[in-house]
Design a protein. Structure first.
Length: 264
């Protein structure tokens, strides 16, 4: 995979090895035992009433495709703005090199919004699953394209043991099949091509039929207006994940309400 994703994954593996030296796995396991219970991320996505999907609003300062999205960055304030705008849950970027995130943003977002929080990062090692629990996440992201079937199953099992929900991200029918075979409950369809970072909503519309109705279906990326949200709702998606569009707004609360049709 000679693309953006492969570079991010290579860098992530190096960083994880460095973190293992600084904080051994045994230490993480001990810390897990001191953590409070997680919030039910899946229930937050399924528990919305009305025709509009639940929204996972994303907190990120930068991205590889856009560079710095906002200079006026405060995860605490943004979390409050999203909660006021009707978000059902939050997604928080913790990758530092490519997204200018930090692990501590997870706890800050949870504290200031009281919403379930997804740790958005590139999980390539079981160490990160435990790490996610320790930094206060309620859910993690697993990208099928970045993992073997054995890794996918192992990390899903580890997350279940830690009471972490898992958003399993797919880009093709084959990846959805792999996610389902591994036991994924929350299936995300990323409209962003991770080789080019171009978004196309039709990816979600084409792939929804391969996700069983007993799973939670999430459309990710490229969602910028209520019309698109309506299309995704009609296609059967339970939730949408929106990042760059909201992060670029000066009034994020208003922008999120408008994205959801002014019904939140």
């Amino acid at each position: 995979m000679h693309n953006v994703l492969s570079g991010i994954l290579e860098n992530t593996r190096r960083e994880v090895e460095e973190r293992k030296t600084a904080v051994p796995f045994e230490t993480l396991i001990e810390r897990v035992g001191t953590m409070p219970e997680t919030a039910d991320f899946g229930a937050a996505l399924r528990g919305r009433e009305g025709p509009v999907p639940a929204c996972i609003a994303e907190i990120k300062k930068a991205s590889p495709s856009k560079g710095t999205i906002t200079k006026d960055f405060s995860p605490e304030r943004i979390a409050r703005e999203y909660a006021a705008g009707g978000a059902a849950a939050l997604s928080v970027l913790t990758d530092e090199r490519y997204f200018k995130g930090r692990p501590e943003y997870v706890a800050l977002a949870r504290q200031h919004s009281r919403l379930p929080v997804l740790r958005k990062d590139f999980i390539v090692d079981e160490y990160q699953v435990f790490e996610s629990r320790v930094i206060g996440a309620d859910a993690i992201l697993l990208i099928v394209a970045a993992l073997s079937d054995a890794q996918l199953r192992a990390y899903l099992a580890a997350a279940a043991d830690l009471s972490l929900a898992v958003l399993v991200e797919c880009h093709t029918k084959e990846e959805i099949d792999r996610a389902l075979d591994a036991g994924a409950v929350i299936i995300g369809v990323n409209n962003r091509d991770l080789t080019t970072f171009v978004t196309d909503i039709s990816v979600s519309l084409k792939l929804k039929r391969f996700i069983p109705n007993d799973r939670i279906a999430v459309s990710e990326s490229g969602i910028r207006n209520f019309h698109t949200v309506e299309q995704l709702a009609q296609a059967g998606f339970d939730a949408v994940l929106v990042g760059e569009h909201l992060m670029a707004q000066t009034d994020r609360t208003k922008a999120l309400k408008e994205l959801l049709g002014g019904r939140r």
